[in-house]
Design a protein around this ligand. Structure first.
Ligand code: TYD
Ligand code: MG
Length: 455
């Protein structure tokens, strides 16, 4: 028998070393190398199951695999998955504790039961009774949803083989114990082995599996990062806990694009799909307030309107404060510098606070113009017209640069009843003459143009 070898695996990125290191050479994190017993490399991916028997073939001779997806009926989920769940796919759903992962999977289970067939929900987190209480609250009545409250992966997989559900749910990988591996549930070795077994199960039985993995902000719990390499699809469920807004984001998808996101709100009775996100984001906006601008941003291929608020106050600190909530802090610093230099605003003695209202996280530079105009509006204490939407990237020279999908953004604004659009001059040629007869569409080449148009 071969001697068992000890090796060291980084809990953050999964890189392997034969000796212990204080700092991972791959990702640069400190104190993440953990000892484990070396096991033969598990096979990875769809092709692996074909093993030694798979012969090389010409690409043109290979038959197309039919990818019949199971639509869950939850539109926002199907959208992220690229049309539905692919049979035999292993899907990792990760997110912070308490964000709503168990709620989401229970609702997915219900939807799949109604549309496609039986679901087995293996839970090591909660008892059957606790799940029942949650199901009651969510109004779930599916007759072919089987709950198995067990921390033994062996027992859950055995049950799944016997019942052959359409979907197997594991909540969560950190609580599951596989008898094939050493270590406590939640340890690196256990997580790796459990994931490997779930992958093997999904592929050999052609049953889709959704597995939940917790992550913490510090990445303290080992696992999900490493699991991302092993599974077919990685979904992140995100949001601020204090806000109702939840985003389901595809990080990796072997069967589709990772461009789309699913939007939900967390209600008393569970998650509900957000079909008109702009409406929710703008719901509490009051007209004609200084320090507010409406941005049109893209979320994948879907346009969203969101309010950007700015507050500037005279600073009592030696170094004035800047706070950015819902946008990149460094981007804000750059935009403020452009305002100082190119427009001549004096911000050196002002604290500046920015907030993207409603918990929407703005990552697109097309929102620059809204940020800049909101700051200008607050500093001068003049409101912008509340029926105006703005878009545009602000360059370091104070120029307004083109944005992709200008037309889609304008259409969303028109749908929401906005009448004036300040857009980059470079985008004007995309808008046909007379396409929006009720609207005023203004092209701005520079920040000064935009300010003139807005105030
Ligand atoms: P949960 O799904 O348990 O989170 P996770 O599995 O990611 O840890 O949801 C946690 C929170 O969601 C909890 O604080 C209560 C809230 N919640 C609602 O607001 N409405 C509901 O209908 C349910 C079931 C939960
Ligand atoms: Mg949970």
């Amino acid at each position: 028998m071969a001697k068992t070898k000890i090796r060291y695996v980084c809990a953050n990125c999964g890189s392997v070393s034969s000796r212990w290191l204080g700092r991972c050479p791959q990702c640069g994190e400190w104190n993440t190398m953990m000892e484990e017993q070396a096991v033969p490399e598990p096979p990875k991916g769809v092709g692996a199951r074909q093993g030694k028997g798979a012969k090389p073939a010409l690409l043109q001779d290979i038959a197309m695999e039919q990818m019949s997806r199971v639509r869950t009926g939850i539109g926002e989920l199907d959208r992220v998955l690229g049309g539905g769940i692919v049979p035999g796919a292993l899907i990792l759903l990760s997110g912070d504790p308490g964000i709503g992962k168990s709620t989401l999977v229970l609702q997915i289970a219900d939807a799949v039961c109604r549309h496609a067939g039986a679901v087995l929900y293996g839970s090591g987190e909660e008892s059957a009774g606790q799940i029942k209480v949650r199901a009651e609250r969510l109004g779930i009545t599916a007759s072919n949803l089987i709950i198995q409250a067990d921390t033994s992966l062996d027992a859950v997989l055995q049950e799944a083989k016997r019942r052959r559900p359409v979907l197997l749910i594991i909540d969560s990988i950190q609580t599951m114990y596989s008898s094939d591996a050493d270590g406590m549930p939640g340890s690196m070795t256990q997580i790796r082995e459990s994931t490997r077994r779930l992958m093997e199960f999904a592929k050999t039985e052609s049953i889709s599996v959704i597995v939940i993995g917790h992550v913490t902000k510090e990445g303290a719990i080992a696992g999900p990062r490493m699991m991302e390499h092993m599974v077919d699809v990685v979904l992140y469920f995100e949001g601020e806990r204090n806000y109702q807004f939840r985003v389901l984001r595809g990080i990796k998808n072997r069967f589709g694009s990772t461009n789309e996101t699913g939007l939900f709100t967390m209600e008393e009775t569970g998650l509900s799909e957000l079909t008109n996100p702009s409406q929710m984001l703008l719901a509490e906006r009051s007209a004609n307030q200084a320090g507010s601008a409406v941005a049109a941003v893209m979320d994948g291929m879907r346009p969203l309107l969101g309010e950007i608020q700015a507050l500037t106050t005279h600073s009592v600190f030696a170094v004035p404060r800047r706070t950015a909530s819902g946008m990149d802090y460094n981007r804000l610093i750059i935009l403020l510098a452009v305002l100082e230099k190119r427009v001549g605003l004096s911000l050196g003695t002002q604290d500046v606070y920015i907030n993207s209202v409603g918990g929407l996280r703005v990552t697109e530079t097309a929102a620059d113009l809204a940020v800049v105009l909101a700051v200008f509006s607050s500093l001068r204490d003049v409101p912008m017209d509340s029926r105006t939407v703005v878009m545009g990237e602000v360059g370091l020279t104070g120029d307004i640069r083109r944005v992709p999908h200008a037309l889609r953004r304008i259409k969303e604004g028109v749908k929401m009843g906005f009448q004036t659009f300040i857009i980059p001059k470079g985008n004007l040629d995309e808008i046909k003459e007379g396409a929006f007869p009720q609207c005023r569409i203004i092209g701005a080449a520079t920040l000064r143009d935009a300010i003139q148009a807005a105030f």
